[in-house]
Design a binder for this molecule. Structure first.
Ligand code: ATR
Length: 292
């Protein structure tokens, strides 16, 4: 579709933005649904975030996805925030409603859809979330709200950020079972081994750094565990490969990525994303990139 004077512009802001597959899935979905929209990536460093949002209103950009590292900070610049995004403290989707910028969190739909098949294993058990950014806040919220684990370990490189998640959700969700740890893999082997579910919410292991993993200690994993890596590129991260070799059930970030994108698409257009076609195109594109 060639853009014209009726084309609605949407996009993603983040930094860096080089490896985002959102333009691929959103533009393909617009094309399949016959919608006159165009989706572009915008590389916006943190120092330009406020100005970028002023520009979005001025230019009449219809909506945005928000990614690393802006998902938390962006709350300061929005006119309105959905109740859920406000509780989580993280926004990944903006709708420009006649100059009013409204924030939503569709990542929570992606996390929820990914974890539903494992609900029974999670209930009343110990789980671990690695990371303490917006994606980790979404994971902790979703676990406490919908899956009722007995204990949630939040593990992060910067302990202070894990502590602030703990303080926030202990008060907000009235749950006393959040524990925090610094990300020091040899010390955490036992903690990981005791967790029925481990979620990596950090970008460690993301293309092109395919050889990185938050832990490479195989004894952290065993059969009966679920390891969910939010990284979707590569589809099988090093973390998942190590866990899988130990017999754990591994889940990549592809489903979450498509589900959050589909929910954003619906907020902007009112239409359903054609998920089957999108999954196929995305799978092909990722496979091609990782064989280059
Ligand atoms: P998002 O909103 O997508 O979660 P973010 O707020 O930038 O993104 O958070 C990124 C998370 O990945 C943080 O927990 C970060 O750890 P710090 O709080 O210590 O910065 C974690 N992270 C990023 N790169 C990392 C690395 N190389 N090793 C360990 N953790 C890393």
């Amino acid at each position: 579709m060639i853009p014209d004077n009726k084309t609605k512009l949407v996009g993603v802001i983040g930094h860096p933005i080089i490896q985002s597959f959102s333009p691929l899935i959103q533009n393909l979905a617009f094309q399949i649904r016959g919608l006159n929209y165009l989706y572009l990536p915008f590389d916006v460093p943190a120092t330009n975030l406020k100005e970028a949002l002023t520009g979005i209103t001025a230019l009449g950009i219809a909506g945005l996805n928000v990614t690393i590292p802006h998902k938390v900070k962006i709350l300061d610049y929005l006119s309105d925030i959905s109740e859920e995004a406000s509780i989580i403290g993280s926004v990944n989707t903006i709708v420009n409603d006649n100059g009013e910028l409204r924030g939503y969190n569709t990542d929570v739909i992606g996390v929820n859809e990914t974890l539903i098949p494992f609900a029974e294993s999670i209930r009343n058990s110990e789980v671990t979330v690695i990371g303490a950014g917006g994606a980790a806040r979404t994971a902790v919220y979703c676990l406490l709200r919908n899956f009722k684990p007995s204990r949630v370990n939040v593990v992060n490189r910067t302990l202070q950020k894990a502590d602030s998640i703990k303080d926030y959700f202990t008060a907000k969700m009235i749950f006393r079972g959040i524990k925090t740890f610094e990300l020091l893999p040899p010390d955490l082997t036992g903690l990981f081994a005791n967790s029925s579910l481990i979620i990596n919410t950090t970008s460690v292991g993301m293309y092109p750094d395919n050889d990185d993993a938050v832990t490479t200690i195989a004894e952290s994993f065993s059969s009966g565990q679920i390891i969910f890596d939010m990284v979707y590129n590569p589809m099988q991260t090093k973390l998942l490969a190590i866990a899988s070799e130990r017999g754990a059930h591994t889940v990549g970030g592809l489903k979450m990525f498509v589900e959050q994108g589909a929910a954003s698409f619906e907020l902007w257009t009112g239409a359903k994303m054609p998920k089957e076609a999108i999954n196929e195109a995305l799978g092909n594109a990722l496979a091609e990139l990782n064989t280059q």
